[in-house]
Design a protein around this ligand. Structure first.
Ligand code: IPE
Ligand code: IPE
Ligand code: MG
Length: 246
């Protein structure tokens, strides 16, 4: 479903929480190091924290929560760290399936699924099947995700459709958006990056065209629902002009 979605209601001026919040889950490694623990211990606490924040988002009426959990660049990390992250993701997705069925939560994995280990691909398939049964709150987990990779893949799929007879001049922003992993999902109004870095690291390059950015030094495993409230309060103070004047 293509939709043009740069400007939408529920924005900074209403009291409603953002409809879609995106979070870069950063700072796990430093959180662990500061406690004299291996980096992987931070990933374990970080994935647990995701559960808490996702439940909170659902309860306050956020419709979509999209988190960056593993980037196309993260394969450059030491093999044992990558292995541990994949193992945690498997454990997490396995457990999440039960929660989804209980709480009627939709969960989508965004990214290059083919590049993931077989067992993870199976779990992704199951979460897709379960999600199809429900509507309401949706959690998106970006795995083996890169913003540029997503755009290039969309262009390739579009080119293939043109080869199959689609008129090239049919492409516009909404049509292009429907080739992205995020097809049918509105753009995030608010993007949060804990962990102290102030960059996108290849996250949602297309979708964040008009998102409000919120950076904090708090590391992801320490990021509480109060921190999320602070980010939302800051979002409500922003003046969203979308290129226009007030
Ligand atoms: C984010 O935490 C998790 C992943 C990228 C998989 P990091 O592992 O990047 O933690 P820092 O940034 O090194 O502290
Ligand atoms: C971004 O964090 C990716 C994820 C959180 C999944 P990184 O820790 O990989 O980003 P850089 O290397 O600091 O840019
Ligand atoms: Mg990091």
């Amino acid at each position: 479903m293509a939709e043009k979605n740069i400007e939408r209601p529920g924005g900074a001026e209403s009291n409603a929480p953002p409809r879609h919040i995106a979070i870069i889950l950063d700072g796990n490694g430093r959180w662990a190091r500061r406690r004299g623990l291996p980096r992987t211990a931070g990933h374990a606490v970080g994935s647990e924290n995701f559960r808490k924040i996702a439940t909170y988002c659902k309860n306050i009426g956020v419709e979509y929560l999209t988190v960056y959990a593993f980037s196309t660049e993260n394969w450059k990390r030491p093999e044992d760290e990558v292995k541990t992250i994949m193992r945690l993701l498997k454990k997490y997705l396995g457990e999440a399936i039960d929660t989804m069925e209980r709480d009627h939560i939709r969960m989508k994995v965004l990214g290059n699924i083919e590049g993931l280990p077989e067992e993870l691909r199976e779990l992704v398939k199951r979460t897709d099947e379960i999600s199809a049964r429900y509507d309401g709150f949706q959690a998106n987990i970006c795995l083996n995700y890169g913003g540029r990779d997503e755009i290039v893949r969309a262009a390739m799929r579009y080119a293939a459709d043109v080869k199959d007879g689609r008129a090239p001049e049919e492409i516009d922003e909404a049509a292009f958006g429907s080739y992205l992993y995020s097809a049918g999902i509105p753009d995030p109004e608010l993007l949060i990056r804990p962990g102290g870095e102030q960059r996108l690291s290849n996250f949602l390059l297309w979708q964040c065209a008009y998102s409000e950015f919120y950076f904090t030094d708090v590391l992801w495993p320490d990021f509480t629902t109060e921190e999320l409230d602070k980010a939302i309060a800051e979002y409500h103070r922003r003046d969203r002009r979308f290129g226009s004047v007030k």
